[in-house]
Design a protein around this ligand. Structure first.
Ligand code: NAD
Length: 433
């Protein structure tokens, strides 16, 4: 199939590359010239394991190309995939300006029938708006199909080739058929539904996963007070098939470019039809508060934070990505600076991105994990990068000024900590604290 993908972010680039690997002819479009130049030079502007090899291979085979010329990409393609961003507005609602612009640009470029596929996460009714925009500007026939994306940053290539399911929301059977064909080799779990339900499936899925995280975090907070261990509790719960083991890892809460914005957007979608989504509002509140656990624990162990040196391990919102959008580290570091602490920060990949959000004279950007720990009054682990787990704890203890380790992701086992002299505090494991 001939495919144009609009937007070369985490979703658009990975999808475009993977569709080309499946034998399709793909043109990826971005409005940012510098990104397209990098891509044409064989470089990936984001950190995503395994992506570059597949990208270069398919570009060399002539199945994959990159351009800023949206019109040409649309004219050459049968399927046009919209994968632009839908960030939050201050109200919490999704900002649809990139989607609307893409729809206008597609409409003005079309010269024959197109299937317009929306992969971006969009509020219920948005595909209807896309249809209206295109129909208002073009006399050519087209169909709109909603195919929400479920890949996870950090394992995006693997997820794209091994999806749990593909959701296809369509009004037209023939268009749905073409999109089923495009995905058929990936999974047997292809759910075909109406467009509004497809749009809702994406928000409901993310809201449910966020709920699981906030739920286990509240259980962890209670565990700390009643002397239970949340790791054992989660394991015991997870064996129940009705619950399942995933997303039951207690920590400092979710972040990233999806859960925070999609939960807010769903609260707003409900609010727009006079429904108060009380459960989801609590999930969001619990998540925000969970980040402050780190600060409370620090204050308990160090007292006043003014003038203290705090080492931070992990700036990305999760391991294996350079994405720092809504990462817990942003708020935690800002609060520490407000309290008068100075910071020694390290992340294996995400430092450059993080500095676009938070930069300050009181932050030393360190080149390694032990470098960040050097002379610090306490160390806070905020992202569970594998290299932090592998660190030699005895050396770490000697490097810090005070042996205080606050593990926001429960990375270390009781046995490993017991061999050290650390004052150790983690989430929901009171017998180790
Ligand atoms: P992103 O911000 O990383 O990338 C969006 C890209 O679109 C940017 O490169 C931008 O320059 C480009 N763009 C915007 N308007 C354009 C236009 N008119 N023409 C050409 N290019 C344009 O976004 P992302 O993280 O890839 O997310 C895209 C969508 O997918 C969002 O709706 C998001 O919620 C959803 N989603 C994201 C993930 C994820 O893990 N990142 C997972 C599932 C779904």
């Amino acid at each position: 199939m001939k495919i144009a993908v609009i937007g070369t972010g985490y979703v658009g680039l990975v999808s475009g590359v993977c569709f080309s690997e499946m034998g399709n002819e793909v043109i990826c479009v971005d409005k940012v010239e510098a990104k397209v130049q990098m891509l044409n030079a064989g470089q990936v502007p984001i950190y995503e394991p395994g992506l570059q090899e597949v990208m270069v291979k398919n570009a060399e085979a002539g199945r994959l190309s990159f351009t800023t010329d949206l019109g040409e990409a649309v004219r050459k393609s049968e399927v046009v995939i919209i994968a632009v961003g839908t960030p939050s507005l201050p109200s919490g609602e999704a900002n649809l300006s990139f989607i609307e612009q893409a729809a206008r640009d597609i409409a003005l470029s079309m010269e024959d029938y197109k299937i317009v596929v929306t992969k971006s996460t969009v509020p219920v009714g948005t595909n209807g708006k896309i249809k209206e925009i295109i129909a208002g500007l073009s006399a050519h026939p087209f169909d709109v199909v909603s195919v929400p994306e479920f890949l996870r940053e950090g394992s995006a290539v693997r997820d794209t080739f091994n999806p749990d399911r593909i959701v296809i929301g369509a009004e037209n059977e023939a268009a749905a058929g073409r999109i089923i064909e495009l995905h058929r080799s990936l999974t047997d779990n292809i759910i075909v539904t109406d467009i509004r339900s497809a749009e809702m499936i994406k928000y409901a899925s993310n809201a449910f996963l966020a709920t699981k995280i906030s739920f286990i975090n509240e259980i962890a907070n209670i565990c700390e007070k009643v002397g239970a261990d949340v790791t054992s509790v989660a394991e015991g719960m997870g064996y129940d098939n009705r619950i399942g083991p995933s997303f039951l890892k207690a920590g400092i809460g979710y972040g990233g470019s999806c859960f925070p914005k999609d939960t807010q957007a769903l609260i707003q979608i409900a609010g727009n039809v006079d429904y108060e989504f009380k459960l989801l509002k609590s999930v969001v509140d619990v998540n925000r508060d969970q980040r402050y656990n780190i600060l409370r624990k620090l204050e308990t162990l160090l007292g006043d934070l003014n003038g203290k040196i705090i080492a931070i391990w992990g700036l990305a919102f999760k391991p294996n990505t350079d994405d720092v959008r809504d990462a817990p580290a942003i708020e935690i570091i800002q609060e520490l600076l407000k309290a008068g602490a100075s910071i020694r920060a390290y992340d294996p990949i995400a430092t450059a991105n993080f500095r676009q959000w938070v930069d300050h004279d009181s932050i030393a950007w360190c080149s390694g994990a032990l470098d960040a720990a050097e002379g610090a009054d306490a160390l806070c682990l905020l992202t569970e990068w594998q290299e932090f787990e592998q660190v030699d704890l005895k050396t770490l203890q000697e490097t810090l000024r005070k042996p205080i380790l606050i593990d926001g992701r429960n990375v270390y086992s009781e046995e490993r900590i017991a061999e050290t002299g650390f004052v150790y505090s983690s989430i929901g494991r009171p017998n180790m604290n």
